[in-house]
Design a protein around this ligand. Structure first.
Ligand SMILES: C[S@@+](CC[C@H](N)C(=O)[O-])C[C@H]1O[C@@H](n2cnc3c(N)ncnc32)[C@H](O)[C@@H]1O
Length: 216
């Protein structure tokens, strides 16, 4: 999946996104935002903010920045920010694989249902860790390839459709985590329908590998 097909897919989704994906993924968003354990004054980054469905779960006392590639999804997010009067939120167009923020800029970083959408999930996780302070929380929620053999073969079967669907169906969690050793995983919890999605909560331990900068 490349950025062009992502933009095309989410241009199609933007008008129907909330109607389709608000309620079914609601619990996961709420849980993930809570796992950031935000403190008053924290600067929080939401990667792939989409239409802004996670924004209401962040405390008013925090400074929230949401980024997304799709201008059509962001238009909806802007409308939500205005209609909810969220004065502590800004949403901007930016590629999660090449963020404009300096190192260590945010207290915590979250990505809801994004990791299987981006062309390079490892690159995005590394960028999330780069812009987050050491010791900060990094939380992401996503569907990962199922342990059940029948379901996982179905997921692999439909994976060639990912360009049209706008997300990958067969991303595996363990190989992904092994490529970001600087993320110290605290919790992995099943959530939403049949616990088919997983929330991963980690602490940014980036000095563990003493790497600076991200090259994707
Ligand atoms: C499935 S939606 C999730 C939206 C929102 N987080 C939610 O909970 O509903 C995935 C979002 O990731 C965005 N996205 C995909 N690739 C991206 C990238 N490289 N940089 C920033 N956003 C990206 C898409 O435009 C889309 O809005």
């Amino acid at each position: 999946m490349d950025t062009n097909s992502i933009e095309k897919a989410y241009k199609r989704y933007a008008n129907i996104y909330d109607l389709t994906f608000d309620r079914i993924f609601h619990h996961g968003r709420e849980l993930s935002a809570g796992l950031l354990e935000p403190m008053p004054g924290d600067r929080i980054l939401e990667v792939g903010v989409g239409t802004g469905l996670t924004l209401p779960f962040f405390p008013d006392e925090c400074q929230i920045t949401g980024i997304d590639l799709s201008e059509h999804m962001l238009t909806k997010a802007h409308q939500k920010v205005a209609s909810h009067g969220m004065k502590n939120v800004e949403v901007i167009q930016m590629d999660a694989m090449k963020m404009d923020f300096p190192d260590n800029h945010f207290d915590s970083v979250i990505a809801a249902y994004v990791i299987s959408v981006v062309p390079d999930p490892v690159c995005v996780l590394k960028e999330m860790l780069r812009v987050c302070k050491k010791g900060g929380r990094v939380v992401f929620i996503n569907h990962f390839q199922c342990d059940n053999r029948l379901i996982s073969s179905l997921e692999r079967l439909v994976s060639p459709l990912s360009r049209h669907l706008g997300f990958k169906t067969d991303l595996e969690l363990e190989p992904l985590l092994s490529q970001v050793p600087e993320l110290s995983v605290q919790k992995v919890e099943g959530v939403n329908l049949y616990n088919y999605w997983k929330v991963v909560q980690g602490i940014n331990n980036k000095d563990a590998t003493a790497k600076e900068g991200v090259n994707c």
